[in-house]
Write a protein that binds this ligand. Structure first.
Ligand code: GCU
Length: 341
């Protein structure tokens, strides 16, 4: 209820979508394009979106002004997806995990241990024959995905108990994203799944409402979780992409020429974000280890993989339409197998 009221208030606030620009005696109206995300302004996603916004403003600046809102300024990811659905905002970045509640097709990329390697993961996400049917599956709901962003590998981290094997999760309250697949994954691993929005995790860790969480290394530094959690365990359970979604009506209203420019913009965003990602993760690891004194643990992944295996079968049984996507992913896994380190 509280969320609903917040969405209505945000929608009302954002409904004035154009900006009057007055200069030299002429008044022109520009359409404001609003993009929301939940990361800080240092994060690769914000840097990528800034490159996108610069490109559009440069190419189509006489008609549009792109504004990027970081740090959940426009609401949580779920709220931002709803705002994008109604057209109160034009785009937002949402984790693939959140999108699962809007279309079951997204379940596939939330499966633990789905990808054999980073190369397999990237190749799958770059293969439009795989992503297109999923990205367009929410068209009737008012939004579509236009590109994906790297969010690395998700691992468990805890305040004071190192996770060496699944049994170590027993009795621990671990924050997961608000996705049925993630909750099920946590149940299979034996921990107690505590779903909540990303913005609430730091306070929940600090006040002992939860014992740990799971995410990529950036969460330790950029979100401060490494100030509280001192053990980060490379079980590497998921590679969950972030997805840029856009309002269908807005995108359909663009002229053909504009659509081509926007397509180029999405590609700039994707490439910039992914390039930035590599160095951002390196810097996060360095800071977490040396400044925050987080201890990195490298457990045997096999028992984690085994515990999660039933989830592949149950997702495919409940949604057989995903089988062909799953099979196509296995081909990339065979081409880019995991390299033992
Ligand atoms: C990552 C991801 C975000 C997501 C967050 C989370 O940071 O990039 O999109 O919201 O994890 O765990 O909620």
């Amino acid at each position: 209820m509280k969320n609903k009221k917040r969405i209505v208030a945000l929608s009302a606030l954002l409904s004035v979508g154009s900006l009057m620009i007055t200069g030299c005696g002429t008044t022109e109206q520009k359409r404001i394009i609003r993009i929301g995300h939940n990361q800080s302004t240092n994060h690769p996603t914000h840097i990528g979106l800034t490159a996108f916004s610069d490109f559009i403003n440069e190419e189509l600046g006489d008609k549009y002004v792109v504004e990027v809102y970081p740090s959940e300024l426009l609401g949580s990811q779920t709220e931002m997806v709803q705002l994008t659905q109604t057209g109160a905002i034009d785009y937002c970045v949402a984790s693939n995990a959140i999108l699962e509640t809007f279309s079951k097709n997204y379940e596939i990329f939330n499966l633990p241990y789905l990808f054999a390697s980073t190369e397999a993961y990237h190749s799958v996400m770059d293969d439009e024959t795989i992503t297109e049917p999923i990205f367009t599956s929410t068209e009737k709901a008012g939004f579509e995905a236009v590109t994906w962003l790297d969010a690395g590998t998700r691992n468990f981290y805890t305040v004071d108990k190192p996770i060496e094997k699944p049994e170590d999760l027993k009795g621990l309250k671990i924050r997961v994203q608000q996705s049925p697949t993630n909750i099920e994954m946590m149940n299979l691993l034996g921990g107690s799944a505590t779903p909540m929005g990303f913005g609430e995790v730091y306070t929940a860790l600090q006040s002992n409402i939860i014992d740990g969480a799971e995410n990529n290394e950036m969460a330790l530094t950029d979100n401060g979780h490494g100030d509280v959690c001192k053990y980060y365990s490379y079980d590497m359970h998921q590679m969950v992409p972030d997805i840029l979604i856009g309002n269908v009506a807005f995108m359909e209203d663009l002229t053909e020429e504009e659509q081509a420019i926007f397509e180029e913009g999405y590609e700039i965003l994707n490439q910039t974000q992914r390039n930035e990602w590599v160095s951002a993760v390196e810097a996060a690891k360095e800071k977490a280890a040396n400044t925050q004194k987080v201890q990195f643990i490298y457990p045997d992944q096999a028992p984690f993989v085994e515990a999660c295996a039933p989830l592949h079968e149950s997702v495919l049984t409940n949604n057989p339409a995903l089988q062909s996507t799953y099979d196509a992913i296995q081909e990339y896994n065979a081409k880019y197998p995991s390299v033992a380190k």
